[in-house]
Write a protein that binds this ligand. Structure first.
Ligand SMILES: [Zn+2]
Length: 266
């Protein structure tokens, strides 16, 4: 197939890829997926993601940030590490950062503090922000909105919310990242129904691998681990839901990702 897709969020630093990361990358390339933006979400994964990206120039890029789950660990050293990594060419965004009140693995005040500090890094460096939000919409908007004039670009990654929050994010100027959540007929139907609201120039796609294996893959893979090679499944479902061709969805999401992260056009 001729389409090229860019996976804007794959947790390739995750230890579930330690045994066969090269294989996973080969399958991604064979499936037309690349470049891949490797998500950083903690001090250790930020370091690891940047190392992976530096070893595969032009194929892997990375982000540097602290996920709200790890917000209690956010220290001055975390802040300094993100700033340090942000100066590397392969590090193309700050994040993932944001708020997650679904699990509350870190207390809310720690999440709010870590989120504010990372938005400041994005403002200081000019890098775009890779945002995570779950069950925290109101606080999320309250912190994000005043910071937006100082930010270059921002994406609500793995958007799974309702139409109302989608419209609000779009009005704020956010890009929207869609994962295989949309391929889940049990809990993703609402997303399928509203994904056409997103204008062509704000749509991005991602696997969030190793999480969120698309349920539409046939035959079902032997393991539940998701990987970038399955991104076409997300593109297909998004295309179907938007009434667009796969070629069109591939072209716009690839162009958007290149522009968002400042990547060289292939
Ligand atoms: Zn996330």
């Amino acid at each position: 197939m001729a389409e090229q897709l860019i996976d804007i969020g794959a947790n390739l630093a995750h230890n579930s890829f330690d045994d066969d990361r090269d294989e996973v990358m080969r399958r991604a390339a064979a499936a037309g997926v690349g470049p891949i933006i490797v998500t950083g979400s903690s001090d250790s994964s930020n370091q690891r993601a940047a190392e992976l990206a530096e070893a595969k120039p032009g194929i892997l890029y990375s982000t540097a940030g602290v996920h709200p789950h790890h917000a209690s660990d956010y220290s001055d050293a975390s802040d300094a590490l993100i700033r340090d990594l942000a100066s590397k060419d392969v590090v193309v965004a700050v994040g993932e950062c944001g708020l997650d009140y679904f699990r509350n693995f870190s207390p809310r005040d720690a999440q709010l503090e870590a989120f504010r500090r990372q938005l400041q890094i994005a403002a200081d460096t000019g890098l775009p922000v890779f945002l995570h939000q779950r069950d925290a919409h109101d606080d999320f908007v309250e912190v994000l909105e005043p910071a937006l004039p100082k930010l270059s670009r921002a994406v609500a990654h793995c958007f799974t919310g309702e139409g109302e929050s989608l419209r609000e994010y779009l009005a704020l100027g956010l890009y929207i990242g869609i994962t295989g959540w949309i391929c889940d007929e049990r809990r993703g139907q609402h997303l399928y129904d509203i994904v056409s609201i997103i204008p062509d120039d704000r749509l991005l796609i991602e696997t969030d691998a190793p999480y969120l294996l698309p349920r539409t893959i046939t035959p079902k893979p032997k393991t539940r681990r998701n990987e970038p090679a399955y991104l076409m499944e997300v593109a297909k479902t998004v295309a179907e839901a938007r009434g667009q061709s796969i070629e069109h969805v591939a072209a716009i999401t690839t162009a958007n990702a290149q522009q968002f992260f400042g990547l060289e056009a292939a």
